[in-house]
Design a protein around this ligand. Sequence first.
Ligand code: PMP
Length: 309
Amino acid sequence: AKQPAEHIWFNGEIKPWQEATVHVMSHAIHYGSSVFEGVRAYKTPDKGTCVFRLQEHTRRLFDSAKVYRMTIPFSVEEINNATLEIIRKNKLQSAYIRPIAFYGDIGMGLQVPFGQEAEVTIAAFEWGAYLGEEAIKNGVDAGISSWNRLAANTMPTGAKAGGNYLSSQLISMEARRHGYGEGIALDVNGYISEGAGENIFIVRNGVVTTTPKTAAILPGITRDTVMTLLRDMGYEVREENIAREAMYLADEVFMCGTAAEVTPVRSVDGIAVGHGGRGPITEKVQDKFFGLFNGTTEDKWNWLTPVYD
Ligand code: PMP
């Protein structure tokens, strides 16, 4: 693959991209034992390049590790600093950042030795709109997947673990095969859960609803951002189960995530949502969201961490 940046932070050292490799017998490759984050840094006019909600992402990384009893041999502060360091080292103005903690070549067998420490790497590179610039403006066509998200007592969707992304891959592969831009899964109870890598919001009669944490979702940091921005603008935001047909009958649907940012959904299962394009509340929340980075939205919540001072 094309090398996206010069360096990678690897267990406390800076390594050339090509040398940041792991053994084929790594536990994570065989058993999916990794936890990771997706973080973005944006170039802002006043504070230069800033990482968005760094504390929350690092916290979730440690939370995901805790669920799997995984020891990350670095402190939260060290990971935060390493995130800033690798952006600087690669001289990036904006970045997608991928911290990951995983078990390496710890010997054959599923069982992780007691006290085993995880390896930790952080990559940072330039990455544009995940679902495309066009989608940000005009929306994506989404399809409901025949694959359900994980049931709560099978694998924890609240932990951002590598293994969970086999579910996401099935959902997005099926969606692409059917000609959709993204797939959305139902939970095992039949309610809307989330996209392959995005949380879901619907709008009807000016009321915004997103799926509750109990609907087998990863509680996204962008989801929280969007809820906060909408409430700050005076909108009512509910966390309630969303039935499949509520997507068809919504005035607006949008999805959000660190990679996908805020992307309108213009159709679901081939049924136009509203007038079949970006809706007005979606556009308002996009303006507020991207405004955090272009300086038109005041960062009241201290979500931006400057990279270069
Ligand atoms: N759900 C899933 C399955 C995801 O992979 C992501 C992306 N991390 C999200 C939701 C959105 O989370 P966030 O806004 O924290 O990126």
